[in-house]
Ligand binder design. Structure first.
Ligand code: ATP
Ligand code: MG
Length: 398
């Protein structure tokens, strides 16, 4: 264990959920989670220990609490967390510490019901549990007059244990749940500026898949603002994903080629096929074992089962579609929750502005489309796209 003086540190209790149920490889999951948290809190010092299915996170006091809270809210594997305090069993000191503790979530919003729950291991302490609960309840009400005491099923709790010292903590603030990012390996997310793909990336990151991102830009048909929007989206999801690399491919030449070398009703489908092929090459070069897209069954013409079967045939690694069975409304609700929605709806052009056929093929046949694809003779251009791709590193810091 690192040598640190935990007195100079703030303490948080972290609930682990699913990963604490793992048996043989629990260590693997926990180690990843520890590393993910420590990296995001760095350069501030932190120390994590494990006890009874929980993590105890110590963070040096110079780290703003906001950073710790944002970190824990964006780290998959964290089911919930509470700030905790340990102090001397001196009543004025306990009251001061209780006051400090309730300045944070979950109390800070001054709403709902609460209770104080005391366990007094040290029976020689001069107040009994009931007195302690009543006094500290008064401290909470002084600070948050709109809150109500509720003994059964309160929304929030302040817990105190009087043992060798006084230990205080609040009921947990929810974390994002899921599995630590990186435990499922790495994939490549096709990230557009739309609503769906950032949500798709977030959902599958929640199951432990770390992702690089790939964006097809059609400059100058799509503006620098469109690229900026995608960078902003990548930045919003990056903390959940432990950082990411955004790869930007200039797709203009390919799209113009498609326009000149395929039938109008096939344009969109051919563009999707080219995207898959380019993504496939980039993924393999970067050790990404799957592609991830924001497609949902039946959402648009290029997302019918037939279209997906055709585009799948362009990739020899699996294509994961985390949103395949979700309605737009459900996707939008997640987008709002993770904070990508407002950016996604900014009105900058999509890369298919170069063409949008009036009647795109809806039920393509795989064999026929594969022939159309090879007749385009576009492979050289695709390879050029890959060779000229640009890369931007996006930090995991909150
Ligand atoms: P999104 O909201 O994610 O853009 P969409 O509903 O607009 O999705 P499409 O435009 O048909 O649907 O795109 C389907 C999927 O293909 C996207 O979710 C994304 O994964 C990928 N994709 C589309 N355009 C691009 C692009 N310019 N760069 C990278 N990936 C893209
Ligand atoms: Mg789109």
């Amino acid at each position: 264990m690192e040598h640190v003086n935990t007195k100079e540190m703030n303490l948080y209790l972290i609930r682990l959920g699913e990963i604490s149920l793992k048996r043989l490889n629990r260590n693997f999951f926990e180690k990843k989670l520890k590393n993910n948290i420590k990296l995001k809190i760095h350069p501030y010092r932190s120390l994590l220990t494990r006890e009874k299915g929980r993590f105890y996170l110590y963070v040096s006091k110079d780290c703003p609490e906001e950073i710790v809270i944002k970190t824990l809210k964006t780290t998959f594997g964290v089911v919930g967390f509470s700030k905790a305090l340990v102090c001397e069993k001196d009543w004025p000191v306990i009251v001061e510490n209780a006051k400090a503790l309730i300045e944070n979530e979950p109390f800070a919003d001054d709403t709902g019901s609460f209770k104080v729950e005391c366990r007094r291991g040290d029976k020689s302490f001069f107040m009994n549990s009931y007195q302690i609960e009543a006094e500290l309840g008064g401290v909470v009400l002084d600070r948050y007059p709109d809150m109500k005491v509720k003994v059964k099923d309160p929304q929030k709790e302040l817990r105190i244990e009087i043992r060798d010292k006084a230990y205080m903590y609040t009921s947990p603030v929810p974390g994002p749940g899921g599995l630590p990012v990186g435990t499922a390996g790495k994939g490549l997310l096709l990230l557009s500026g739309g609503i769906d793909s950032p949500v798709a990336g977030w959902r599958i990151a929640k199951r432990g898949l770390k992702q690089d991102c790939l964006y097809f830009h059609a400059y100058p048909y799509t503006s620098d603002m469109a690229l900026q929007k995608v960078k902003d989206l990548a930045r919003i999801i990056a903390p959940y994903n432990q950082g990411t690399n955004l790869i930007v491919v200039n797709f203009t030449e390919c799209e113009l080629w498609i326009k000149d070398h395929s039938k109008e009703d096939e344009h969109t489908l051919m563009m999707r096929a080219c995207m898959m092929k380019v993504a496939n090459m980039i993924a393999k070069a970067r050790d990404c074992r799957v592609l991830v897209t924001g497609e949902a069954l039946g959402q648009v013409a290029s997302q019918t089962l037939e279209s997906m079967c055709f585009t799948n045939s362009m990739s020899d690694i699996p294509v994961l579609r985390p949103l395949v069975a979700m309605d737009k409304e459900e996707i939008i609700s997640t987008a709002r929750q993770i904070g990508t929605f407002e950016t996604s709806i900014l009105p900058y052009d999509d890369c298919c502005v170069i063409f949008s056929p009036k009647h795109p093929l809806v039920r393509p046949e795989v064999d026929m489309e594969q022939k159309s694809f090879s007749d385009m003779n576009i492979d050289e251009l695709l390879a050029k796209c890959v060779a000229e791709a640009q890369e931007f590193e996006i930090s995991y810091h909150v």
